[in-house]
Design a protein around this ligand. Structure first.
Ligand code: TYD
Length: 142
């Protein structure tokens, strides 16, 4: 639950940034997906994952990532492609305020599994209260 700056190679021919697993981000990348052609102002992704971790980058345009660990809610505004937000497992996440023509790139630590999703916020709070989330302190780190 924090912003991570990425390397930035400045060049008159254009800039370059990159991400490597276990280097800039603390997990192995099992899946990459992207969200595009989002109507301006649209919102997505109100859910938590039991196991999956993510790193979200705005490759183009802008949007907000809202993270909530059951105690605290933080809004990360992403509008440059040289940083992203790390989403540990067991954190409620929403994405909103998409600009027209925005492009969100998401690196994930697990293959897609519908069973890993918690779609209901009350169920998410119950999951935390029942000790289902093994790393609550990690989610608290700024
Ligand atoms: P979902 O994660 O629910 O999107 P959002 O939270 O942004 O609304 O996924 C939307 C649909 O896409 C859902 O039917 C599952 C499917 N999907 C995959 O098949 N593979 C994937 O890697 C992802 C992220 C989604």
């Amino acid at each position: 639950m924090k912003l991570i700056d990425l390397p930035k190679i400045l060049d008159q021919r254009g800039n370059l940034s990159f991400v490597e697993e276990f280097s800039q981000i603390p997990f192995e990348i099992e899946r990459v997906y992207w969200i595009y052609d989002v109507p301006g102002g649209e919102r997505r992704g109100g859910h938590a994952y039991r196991e999956n971790q993510e790193f979200i980058i705005s490759l183009s345009g802008s949007f907000d990532v809202v993270l909530d660990n059951g105690k605290e809610r933080k809004v990360f505004s992403l509008n440059r492609s040289y940083y992203g937000v790390y989403v540990p497992k067991g954190v409620w996440r929403e994405m909103n305020n998409f600009s027209t023509n925005s492009l969100a790139l998401i690196l994930s630590s697990t293959p897609y599994s519908n069973a890993d999703y918690i779609y209901n916020y009350e169920e998410f709070l119950d999951y935390l209260a029942s000790g289902g989330h093994s790393e609550p302190d990690k989610a608290m780190q700024a």
